[in-house]
Design a protein around this ligand. Structure first.
Ligand code: GLN
Length: 282
């Protein structure tokens, strides 16, 4: 079919091409706005504007990739999270809105003014950078086992002028700065390794190491809950994101390892998705 070259025509064509997907309209707009280096509002304001042939060709290329399932965040190389724009690559998980719940939760805790904070499995740096953007006096560290993730998180710190956040390579607790933390946060892998969910949508293009963790999805969470205890100050908090069906198992782990003041936060679907607990004061 011939595609005309106005913004409205291109969007209409793309919407039909992507009609099998979850969000054809939004995807089409984000991809075209990205190529034009404009906002999606611009597209709505100038539907009759004719775009250059080169724009049309690039748009067709991105729509074809989207049709194959490639995540929009990979196609445009970025994703908004909290108040930040983050570079995204296939080396890490794409930041998700539900993780903002964890950020919100961590910000509600009562912590020292110059709290030392550790983000385990930082990926793009989304959580560490969001916390640092809200609390400039906190000393935030982010670690990831994947070297490319560490480099990406550092680039995201630069892009968002949050260079006070320090990122380094560590397999969970293996290479941490030699100090205790007032707050440890993590969005670890927690999907069951044989979950059908892994065969659909964006997750097909994300690293398994950021998604799955044993048959019940709890291997890394168990390790984090157990080991964080020795890395927390007395009165320090551990806040973790998890699957909607894991809250009970996590409550038991927190209690097994002697944490107190367990709190669980629900997402917009009223599912428990973030749990926090405190290392007791002695
Ligand atoms: N919340 C993610 C998802 O739904 C899973 C990410 C994770 O395991 N941390 O795909």
């Amino acid at each position: 079919m011939t595609i005309n070259n106005t913004i409205a025509d291109l969007l209409e064509w793309a919407k039909r091409e992507l009609c099998d997907g979850e969000s054809p309209n939004t995807d089409a707009r984000i991809l075209l706005a990205h190529i034009l280096n404009q906002t999606t509002t611009y597209l709505m304001t100038w539907p009759d504007k004719v775009v250059e042939h080169e724009v049309k060709v690039r748009f067709e290329g991105l729509v074809a990739k989207r049709k194959l399932g490639h995540p929009v965040a990979h196609l445009i190389g970025k994703r908004d999270f909290w108040t930040l724009t983050l570079e995204v690559t296939p080396d890490t998980l794409i930041p998700r809105p539900e993780t903002e719940l964890l950020v919100e939760y961590a910000l509600e805790l009562t912590l020292p003014k110059q709290a030392r904070v550790l983000d385990l499995g930082t990926g793009t740096g989304a959580i560490a950078l969001s916390l640092a953007s809200e609390k400039p006096s906190w000393q935030v560290f982010g670690v990831d086992v994947v070297e490319e993730a560490v480099l990406l998180a550092q680039r995201n710190a630069d892009l968002n002028q949050l260079t006070q956040v320090q990122f380094s390579q560590s397999c969970w607790f293996s290479h941490l700065p030699n100090r205790q933390f007032d707050l440890i946060v993590s969005n670890p892998p927690y999907v069951e390794s044989n979950s059908h969910y892994l065969a659909q949508g964006d997750v097909r293009f994300e690293p398994a190491s950021a998604l799955t963790s044993g048959t019940d999805g709890l291997d890394d969470i168990k390790h984090i809950i157990k080991e964080s205890f020795t890395h927390l100050e007395a009165g320090g908090w551990l806040v973790i994101e998890h699957g909607f069906n894991q809250a009970e198992a996590i409550a038991q782990l927190f209690s097994k390892y002697q944490y107190t003041h367990l709190q669980q936060k629900h997402d917009l679907n009223n599912q428990p998705r973030v749990s926090a607990a405190q290392k007791p004061f002695i």
